[in-house]
Design a protein around this ligand. Structure first.
Ligand code: ADP
Ligand code: MG
Length: 496
């Protein structure tokens, strides 16, 4: 009989606020359940109850008919529940093989058995059909590759239920297809799969059943074939939303010189001969699949990567940023891809995160940062950005959902009044509704005269946010699209 994992009437509160109001869920061996919902709907909280990270306040967990009030991480693991988190939690200084073995290093006579570590890694990578050097240092790999390693790690032991929390946000379409093939193979072996995503087009491709959460309640549950895309979107956001649409163009008068510009720029093997400019009042998308060089170009714009040829100009002045700090001092706002590691102070409060890059400016005014000041700044941006949180400046950033974290991180640069903003994968792991809000924010900023560069591997994002699109493949620019030339078809065709 197929493995069955169910929740019944699960309730969960944080600091007195209930975020799950009696949720039922059915995961069945040999079937993929898509779990959909906007940011803050409670998806991660629900699956963390299954992985034993959280204890529900009430309700039941049924495991093959065995009823429990709660699980702990050890028992969840023994049952065969494996969770792939949205945020990457690898060890960047270790090799691919070591990362795959992390947490369950094989030991012989008390010593780590390195030959087994390597052999197991190669076996899993082969099974995933991933061409990755087991000896490569993980910190030097792309986000998409690191995600695959995270999954590989969880699959080295027997899994009966695999939970994936938005795993594909940073993957290229090829990597996604490879992941899906692997998920299907696991499903056919009888594994129960819970697949959390905000990408609706993935639902019919990968899932057999679907469940939508909204504000901690189940609003839709059933076979995928029962629901049209529109119904799912509506269930998620609680209102009707349009399909992928071009934004209204921003009426701008051509300023004499670009805010930021790259000329014949190169960085090692990552990109070559890149010419790029962004003017005040426009959003320029740098579109390319993972590994195309688009993220590397964005990194070069804010000093995370050095140019080996060509030059970088800011308002006509040649710059050489050796560190993001120098870019920030020159008033370039930046949002790197891996927000947990590189940008956010996850264990700091929302208010501190908003204020951080403005410290030098506020300090120049001869003032000390007081918690009163932080609260004022917090109040200014919380509503404007539509941050959905407890409306408490002291809430830790880590407790916000992905989209809301991203809004706070955008707020930093608004507070600092940056004239150039460079973002990499700004809506990675952010769902439909919050995405639209972030696009609107970016469009609004451009309209106020900010020059914005968005590096992304998501073509729908390009269509929805960009005035111009620079398409990259294999480290070079392959197309420049303007205005209504930017369509999903063109982007897909040019980016290959
Ligand atoms: P989703 O994964 O659907 O985006 P989450 O389960 O992460 O949503 O969050 C649901 C709600 O619970 C949000 O309002 C979030 O702010 C809150 N929340 C999640 N984790 C914590 C926590 N550890 N402490 C306090 N609030 C939390
Ligand atoms: Mg989540």
């Amino acid at each position: 009989m197929a493995f069955e994992l169910q929740t019944r009437a699960i309730r969960k509160s944080f600091s007195g606020v209930e975020v799950l109001h009696g949720v039922d869920l059915d995961a069945v061996g040999g079937s993929v359940l898509a779990l959909l919902g906007e940011n803050g709907a409670g998806k991660s909280t629900l699956v963390k109850i299954l992985s034993g990270d959280y204890k529900p306040d009430s309700g039941e967990i049924h495991i093959d008919g065995d009823i429990r009030q709660s699980l702990d991480p050890v028992s969840a693991r023994q049952i065969g529940i494996r969770m792939i988190f949205q945020e990457i939690v690898d060890a960047p200084t270790l090799t691919v093989a070591e990362n795959i073995a992390l947490g369950h290093l094989p030991r012989r006579l008390g010593l780590v058995d390195w030959s087994t570590v390597r052999r197991k890694a190669v076996q899993v990578l082969t099974e995933l059909e991933v061409e990755l050097d087991p000896n490569a240092i993980v910190g030097e790999l792309r986000v998409g590759e690191r995600q695959i390693i995270e999954i590989a790690r969880e699959l080295t032991e027997d899994a009966r239920c695999l939970i994936l929390d938005e795993p594909t946000a940073a993957l290229s379409s090829q990597e996604v297809e490879r992941l899906f093939q692997f998920i299907r193979r696991l499903r056919d072996r009888g594994v129960a799969i819970i697949y959390i995503t905000h990408r609706l087009d993935e639902v019919p491709t990968i899932a057999d059943r679907v469940q939508v959460l909204r504000d901690g309640n189940v609003v839709i549950r059933g076979e995928v074939a029962q629901f049209a895309r529109k119904e799912l979107v509506q269930a998620m956001v609680g209102r009707a939303v349009g399909e992928v649409k071009r934004p209204e163009s921003i009426a701008r008068h051509e300023p004499a010189q670009p805010r930021i510009r790259l000329e014949a720029a190169a960085s090692g093997d990552d990109f070559l001969d890149v010419n790029l400019e962004a003017y005040a009042g426009e959003v320029v998308a740098l579109y390319g699949k993972i590994g195309s060089g688009s993220a590397s170009v964005a990194e070069a714009l804010f000093g995370m990567r050095a140019l080996t040829a060509g030059k970088l100009e800011l308002n006509g002045e040649t710059m050489s940023f050796g560190h993001p700090r120098e870019a920030i001092e020159a008033d370039v706002g930046l949002m790197p891809a891996d927000r947990q590691r590189e940008a956010a102070f996850m264990v700091r409060s929302v208010a501190e995160n908003l204020v951080a890059p403005s410290w030098p400016r506020i300090a120049r005014l001869g003032a000390l940062i007081t918690s009163g000041m932080e609260s004022t700044i917090y109040a200014r941006w919380h509503d404007l950005l539509g941050v959905r949180s407890r409306n408490d400046p002291a809430q830790l950033l880590a407790t916000l959902s992905g989209g809301n974290q991203q809004k706070v991180l955008l707020g930093r640069w608004l507070e600092r009044n940056s004239k150039v903003l460079v973002l990499i994968e700004p809506t990675r792991g952010v769902d439909v509704g919050a995405r639209q809000e972030i696009y609107k924010l970016l469009r609004g900023l451009a309209a106020e005269g900010v020059a914005i560069v968005v590096s992304t591997s998501d073509y729908e994002e390009v269509v929805q946010v960009a005035d111009r699109a620079v398409v990259m493949a294999r480290g070079a620019i392959v197309a420049n699209l303007d205005g209504n030339e930017i369509t999903t078809e063109r982007l897909i065709a040019e980016g290959h």
